[in-house]
Ligand binder design. Structure first.
Ligand code: MTE
Length: 332
């Protein structure tokens, strides 16, 4: 299965109009330009220069002002400031809706996320179908400001609101032979136009090893900037695994399955030479077509990639021990 695309679509990276608008709004001296590396095939082909105007992506009533007020309060533990709400909600990957980053917000507008159920099944003693609102009561929601690093070498800092995945898994009592967790996105052709295409194998699915899923950094996010997730960011529930490339962070989850065998994942099925199961951020292991040593922090880099990528996206102290003894060149 490979991507089919018209030959006339250019694969170059673009800076969305809304990012420019945001720069004006926030008086950032940034000129986002350049690409993260070689242009070309598969993943980037799905991110062509948009023919559309950027989405009129106004946050809900009064949120802009509120977000601007609190934005400076959202920082990573190392002091990096969060990207603006506008950055985070106007430059997205969500192929079920649109293959251009600036087109996702408008294409997903009106996406229905209530009622919403999430089935948790497989190797668990207490399989359950949760209503979303019940699921979110399993533990108190936490604000977590994480660096987010896309495999395409752009990055942001995002203030998520969510539930540690470990708390949810504990509630369904994993069996001792559960070694992996599979996550599956909603499959709804009426709402998600690209499900009628074969650009990827649908439904989108992802996987983690059990220890990764139980790691305290791993979050099921239901919001950002203290508000419910907008559709383009994966409403109503998406995974966030901050030491892995962004495509592991599957959106709009409806099913979680605990398994003994390693699940297949959407990008690995699309191209297993480029997208492995682990997908840990690793500046020493390049993508076959571009370097992973540096990144373009949206809203910060004035030219090209201005930030050096850190091992495990800067979370090595917390997660490196899970991969001790593994050859990360092979297990990429
Ligand atoms: N989840 C689904 N269901 N469909 C997708 O296309 N894209 C992934 C990931 N989760 C994707 C998905 C990719 S490639 C990235 S980089 C992140 O979502 C982008 O998340 P963001 O738009 O919130 O930045």
């Amino acid at each position: 299965m490979l991507i089919k695309k018209p030959d006339d679509i250019k694969s170059s990276e673009i800076t969305s109009e809304s990012v420019y608008l945001n720069r004006r709004n926030f008086i950032r001296a940034a000129t986002l330009a350049g690409t993260a590396g070689a242009s070309g095939l598969l993943y980037r082909r799905l991110n062509p220069a948009s023919q559309k105007a950027a989405a009129p992506n106004a946050p809900p009533n009064g949120l802009n002002a509120a977000v601007e007020q609190v934005a400076s309060g959202y920082r990573t533990a190392e002091g990096e400031a969060a990207n603006s709400f506008e950055d985070i909600t106007s430059y997205n990957n969500f192929y079920e809706f649109d293959t251009s980053k600036s087109g996702v917000a408008s294409a997903s507008e009106g996406f229905i996320t209530r009622p919403w159920t999430v089935k948790i099944e497989g190797l668990v003693n207490q399989p359950r179908e949760f209503d979303l609102d019940d699921l979110l009561k399993i533990a108190s929601l936490e604000d977590r400001v994480y660096r987010f690093r896309c495999v395409e070498a752009w990055s942001m800092v995002i203030p998520w609101l969510g539930l540690p995945l470990a708390k949810l898994l504990a509630a369904v009592e994993p069996m001792s032979n559960a070694k992996y967790v599979k996550f599956v996105t909603l499959y709804d052709k009426k709402q998600m136009p690209n499900l009628r295409t074969d650009i990827l194998d649908w439904p989108y699915q992802e996987g983690l090893r059990m220890d990764e899923a139980m790691h305290p950094l791993t979050l099921l996010a239901s919001g950002l900037y203290g508000k419910s997730l907008p559709p383009q960011n994966g409403a109503p529930l998406r995974l966030v695994v901050p030491w892995k490339y962004g495509f592991k962070s599957i959106k709009s989850i409806v099913q979680i399955v605990l398994m003994e065998e390693q699940p297949r994942t959407t990008w690995n099925m699309a191209n297993d030479e480029e997208y492995g199961f682990y997908s840990n951020v690793n500046p020493q292991v390049n993508h076959p077509r571009w370097s992973q040593a540096t990144e373009r922090r949206i809203g910060q880099c004035t030219w090209g990639n201005c930030v050096e990528t850190k091992m495990f996206n800067g979370y090595a102290d917390q997660v490196a021990s899970m991969y001790a003894g593994m050859d990360l060149n092979k297990n990429f």
